[in-house]
Write a protein that binds this ligand. Structure first.
Ligand code: SF4
Length: 472
């Protein structure tokens, strides 16, 4: 079967990254991510003998009209469309344009939107025929094989579909049965890999999945809704083979090791580092971690294996806020983690959230001061009451949410208040935090030192323009 796999065009002139829990604009990272999940889907379907075309409209700067041209020329039987909550209006416009162009086309959506909205997404959007809840690779493959062989999709876990006028929501997937090592490597050959570059050095970079899932219970997070509550790691051998493929076949030396926390299983992290070191693979990489799963030995190995930046889930530097958010960490663990990362010679990137329950002006400024004095880089977000999170339940009960417009759910805008701060104040604090952190002379010099090309300069300008305050 011919299948067109699509990362939809920019929405509201914003280039969105749609990768599981990460649903932000490109400018928030100053770099465009390759569509990892879509590459996995393409690889799985190709392995099953289907003819695949993968189009990343964001990377290729393709609008709906351009996509329709590709669609008409390729003549697929089915389209797989990625979605994200803040870009859903644009994503559904793309689905509608495809459907209007060929009413017989079957459209399947994947991503966080159907995972969270379940049957509601087919009810709201008549142009969608199928939707996948949770990670998509296995369910999409089962669906396409069922359609190809004219079998009923009723047994496919994680699938939502239409049967006459009814919307059927199948049983959720049992994610522990999905062994990531069984997946072929992502089909990077179907992408223009030169489109994904690091802003600072202009070099190609890619995402590489090391494991999925998180057992954390943070009240604001949707990661475990999508990837499950236990950390499913790939074998170290499988990860290393993919790294080597990226280096040797695609000439990519820069990586984001994508997962909820690289250090969840420190022995596993060490094993990957040991292999990179012993095989003398020369790469630079970044990844993310909880602050309570680090140790000095692992960090030293990470540094030796090429880790240059470690993202730390700090969220708040106030113990009361951390407790209410059920982050399961202490400020002492934050201090310890930051100093261990520094000692290892790795740059730290602190991630902070403003407007969680219990957050006040005082606690927010505690976090900002901590960021300025402790971490090398920082990302500041507004708390978002994503559907199916405990934060949403609390915010609904307290009548804190003032704007249910999903296009505002991109972490840069506050759509809710809390006990102490209005939505406007939360947004103001977040914008102030960026200005305070990045417009310090020390940071400006550091950033300019990193700039190696004109292209990098414009990427950084783009990042700075994103930092500037905007009105609601
Ligand atoms: S530890 Fe991180 S990934 Fe896990 S639930 Fe908390 S915020 Fe989400």
């Amino acid at each position: 079967m011919k299948v067109l796999v699509v990362n939809p065009p920019a929405f509201n002139k914003k280039d969105f990254i749609r990768e599981g829990r990460c649903m932000q604009t490109k400018s928030s990272w100053a770099a465009l991510w390759m569509p990892l999940s879509l590459c996995y889907i393409a690889a799985v379907l190709r392995k099953d003998g289907h003819e695949i075309k993968l189009v990343d409209c964001i990377a290729e700067k393709i609008e709906n009209n351009g996509l329709l041209e590709i669609f008409k020329n390729f003549k697929p039987a089915l389209v797989v469309l990625n979605t994200a909550i803040p870009s859903i209006a644009g994503d559904m416009n793309t689905a509608l344009a495809l459907k209007n162009s060929d009413p017989g086309i079957k459209i399947t959506i994947v991503g966080m939107f159907p995972t969270i909205l379940e049957g509601e997404c087919l009810k709201q959007f008549k142009q969608v025929d199928y939707a996948i809840m949770d990670e998509p690779e296995w369910a999409v493959a089962h669906l396409i094989n069922a359609i190809n062989e004219k079998n009923s999709p009723e047994h496919i876990k994680g699938l939502i579909f239409r049967k006459d006028d009814e919307i059927i929501v199948n049983e959720r997937q049992n994610l522990s049965e999905n062994n990531i090592d069984d997946l072929p490597f992502p089909a990077r050959d179907l992408l223009n890999n030169n489109a994904y570059i690091l802003p600072t050095n202009g070099k190609k970079f890619t995402l590489l999945s090391v494991g999925r899932g998180c057992s954390g219970n943070c009240i604001f997070c949707i990661a475990n809704v999508y990837y499950g509550r236990s950390f499913r790691k790939r074998s170290a051998e499988n990860v290393i083979s993919e790294i080597e493929e990226c280096v040797n076949k695609y000439d990519i030396q820069n990586f984001l090791f994508w997962g909820e926390s690289f250090t969840t299983d420190s022995k596993y992290g060490e094993k990957i580092c040991d292999e990179i070191i012993s095989r003398n693979i020369k790469i630079a990489w970044s990844t993310t971690s909880r602050v309570d799963t680090l140790n000095q030995n692992l960090l030293e190995k990470m540094k030796k294996a090429g880790c240059i930046l470690l993202g730390l889930g700090i969220e708040s530097y106030d113990q009361g806020v951390l407790n209410i958010a059920r982050k399961g960490i202490t400020v002492e663990q934050i201090d310890r983690a930051v100093s261990m990362v520094r000692k290892a010679g790795i740059n730290s990137m602190g991630h902070f959230v403003f407007g969680l329950p219990g957050d006040t002006k005082e606690t927010a400024f505690k976090s900002i001061n901590f960021a300025c004095n402790s971490v090398d880089f920082a990302q500041f977000y507004c708390a978002i009451p994503y559907p199916k999170t405990e934060l949403e339940i609390i915010a609904k009960e307290q009548k804190w949410i003032y704007d249910y417009n999903y296009s505002q759910f991109d972490l840069t805008t506050s759509v809710m208040r809390n006990e102490a701060l209005s939505a406007k104040e939360i947004k103001k604090i977040r914008d102030f935090a960026y200005r305070k952190f990045y417009f310090r002379p020390k940071m400006l010099i550091k950033t300019l030192r990193e700039v190696r090309s004109l292209k990098s300069f414009f990427s950084i300008l783009n990042f700075i323009s994103w930092i500037k305050p905007r009105n609601h």
